[in-house]
Design a protein around this ligand. Sequence first.
Ligand code: AMP
Length: 281
Amino acid sequence: MIKILSTRFEFDQYRNSLGHDSVGLVPTMGNLHEGHLSLLKQSMLENMVSVITIFVNPKQFGPSEDFDRYPRTLEEDISKISQLAIHSDKEIIVFVPKSIQEIYPENFNSVISIKGITQKLEGRFRPDHFDGVSTVVYRLFVIVAAKNAYFGQKDFQQCAVIKQMVNDLELKINIVIMPIIRNSEGLALSSRNQYLSEDERIEALTLPRTLQALELLILEEGNYDTFVAKTLSENIKWDYLEVLNAETLNLPDPFTKKLVIVGAYRLMSARLLDNRLVHKL
Ligand code: AMP
């Protein structure tokens, strides 16, 4: 069963009517693809009720970013969610706030700002982005009062920020991170991929292929510093390409077993972002 709610009032009424059923939360900005749907499917497996939110959060976009042109495809999104609902006895709530005030009421004047890990990688290129993310996610945690919340590894640093927030503020919610869903050629699915032309989509494969090559080097205990330095000096203008400790996002030492390779660059009007987790033996 699927229910679409668009105001805070409606949502609160519905939420209060629930018993002790476990609730799973899947926050999204819509324009749903298989990546988003994988989070929802996992939530449906683990909870009686799943709440998928569709809200293009203005606070996480910088002044020159793509808030206005971000793809909004509510009809298609609802139809994709409905397809999942047909084959399940679980309940899905689609919470689509009809205005920004449903999430941030008129006199809302707070920011959740996580320090440290937000200052590197994406934080260097999108200064207030993570404040916007942690603030909206905190609001959704309060509104939905879920037991479990589902996020994609695709946004690796975002997951780290959310885990830090949950830890620091002792929020009573379990964070589940789901693997990256890619297309058949290896490009991580992203709503922003549609800003790319056919040729650019092929060019975009350099990102996952570089991360894959780097993973092999790490596993073969090769010298990856030289590879990184050489790649950064080639014609793509990387925002960053780094191998980090996956737990702390700091530089690894020779004994670090769990690494993450993170990379990002701009390709015409789309910013590409990808990562790979590597477990050294
Ligand atoms: P967004 O709508 O871009 O804010 O994404 C909503 C959620 O879907 C976030 O937790 C993302 O990390 C996750 N997500 C986006 N793309 C993918 C993907 N290709 N695979 C898995 N999860 C994803």
